[in-house]
Design a protein around this ligand. Structure first.
Ligand SMILES: [Cu+2]
Ligand SMILES: [Zn+2]
Length: 198
């Protein structure tokens, strides 16, 4: 009798444990370990030549580079070049302060250039008839990893620059993309790779 009760209790406990574990599962979905330490997304605020806000770009680390989610307005309708420039300084109206394209490997301009591309080069994007866009462009040769040679945080940061025209993807130094019409600095609010250990 006593032995029987004990067995029943053990069985009940075991069942209880199993059901607890099972019910806990949906709340904690199995996470796949990321291939590299995931850097925090970075939001870049862009302004036009007059200093007016034209939206944001959210940079996220992806397997093939940095994904740049654009949410922009008040641009001219059509195709525009976008690059990472080397200096985190956006002084209007010409934004020359941002310097040339981010180019840690001393290459030439353009994704279709045999001697390129600059690390800061990436595909064009297109705005709608109202001059707005919600689209994602992937910059394949930069990273959000502080300390990496291709990190957008190199040398105190870089700048995201939008041009009046499309990039031809081959002409030095900047793909014949015309004026710099908008700019936003890329600076991390934290240093992603160096989390404090206490
Ligand atoms: Cu540019
Ligand atoms: Zn370039």
């Amino acid at each position: 009798m006593v032995r029987g009760m004990t067995k029943t209790w053990i069985a009940a406990l075991a069942l209880g444990l199993v059901s607890l574990t099972a019910s806990a599962d949906p709340a904690v979905p199995a996470k796949k370990a990321p291939p590299a330490p995931a850097a925090k997304p970075v939001t870049v605020k862009l302004a036009d030549a007059k200093g007016k806000a034209i939206g944001t770009a959210t940079l996220t680390s992806v397997d093939n580079g940095v994904s740049i989610a654009l949410d922009l307005h008040d641009l001219a309708a059509g195709d525009h070049a976008i690059h990472v420039h080397q200096t985190a300084k956006c002084d209007g109206p010409d934004f020359k302060s941002a310097g040339g394209h981010f180019n840690p490997d001393n290459k030439h301009h353009g994704m279709d250039n045999k001697e390129g591309p600059h690390a800061g080069d990436m595909p064009n994007f297109k705005t709608n008839a109202k001059g707005g866009v919600k689209a994602t462009v992937v910059a394949p040769n930069v990273s959000l990893t502080a300390g990496d040679a291709h990190s957008v945080f190199t040398g105190g940061g870089t700048a995201l620059v939008i041009h009046a025209k499309a990039d031809d993807m081959k002409s030095d130094p900047a793909g014949n993309a015309g004026d710099r019409i908008a700019c936003g600095t890329i600076v991390g609010d934290t240093v992603p790779a160096a989390a404090p250990t206490k």
